[in-house]
Write a protein that binds this ligand. Sequence first.
Ligand SMILES: O=C(O)C(=O)C[C@]1(C(=O)O)C=C[C@@H](O)C=C1
Length: 361
Amino acid sequence: MSLEEVRNKIDSIDQQLLRLLNERAELVHAVGEIKRKDDLDIYVPGREDKLLRKLAEINRAQNGRLTERAIRAIYREIMSAALALEDSLKIAYLGPTGSWTHQAAVNKFGHCVEYLAEASTEGVFGRVAAQIADYGVLPIEHSTEGAVHHTLDHLADSALQIYAEILWKADAAVMAQGPNSNISEIHGRAQMLAHCRPWLMQSFPGAQLIESPSSSAAATLAAQNPAVAALGTPLSAELHDLRVIATSPREYATQTRFIILGRRSGPPSGNDNTMLMIHAKDRVGALMEVLQVFASRNVNVRQIENRPTSCGTQARFFLEISGHHTDATLRQAISALEVEGIAVQVKVLGSYPAPGWVEER
Ligand SMILES: O=C(O)C(=O)C[C@]1(C(=O)O)C=C[C@@H](O)C=C1
């Protein structure tokens, strides 16, 4: 086939695709009407995950040439367009623009929804609580730094719920105005600099590593001074008109877990996790008794974090357990904690679909 013939075939397929996408959009519009009538959330992460998994499976069975990642990226934008058709979704995130959280949010919600950058965790909680934003995106755990206590503490004191989550792995990028030969300083967040130090020292032996409050602040400096480079995200480079002059080897990639904050829990998807906050008397065996309640019901406790409370006689635990808080077994376990006096207080911080994959960039 000649180049022209191949392009003619592509044109014809694109026309069919467009017709099908518009047919899909009509159906999505109908879904939006039903959801509005029944007061259901427009964004349904469990349904999206299932659809993406199914498509990846079909693609594998058909030996499709497209990678799973490519299929997810294409469908991310198709579903983003669907979300925008159903409602004008607004997503608040912990900024500034170009932050890791911004990238993770765009990765999850695509380019057709509106984003609101917030300078603080309080700001993101405030926007969602005041219904200015539909959802908020915040980091809750870094592979290099551990739990983000600020996010956990706000969840403990808020009526907002974890609605979904994002696991996100990204290579670190060094960005600057020009080539790397004249870089004398690399600015970046302390933890990221520490994590990437061996790679940076090898790739930029003459450069000084300097701590910055955020990746975006580092990128702003790099945009003002050709001898300064910033350590951050590829999106940050795009937004500050900088060139990525080096990308880290995979072993320096960092994995971050983000929560999508909503005004209610995610609906059951069939494969969910639940985050609980438990206050127990600060005494010998308190945590063991809590764990026993779950173990005896065959409920997997996936993660534990503990935080101080203002009341010195109580311990505060954050537990992530398998299942949805509306499941009969979980309801029984939660009530047993209180009825049997093992916990002084149990608060459900949200149920959300277990992530099926790690988003990568
Ligand atoms: O099935 C739905 O509930 C839809 O709204 C449709 C759709 C999609 O495009 O497939 C769009 C947004 C939701 O988050 C999930 C799926």
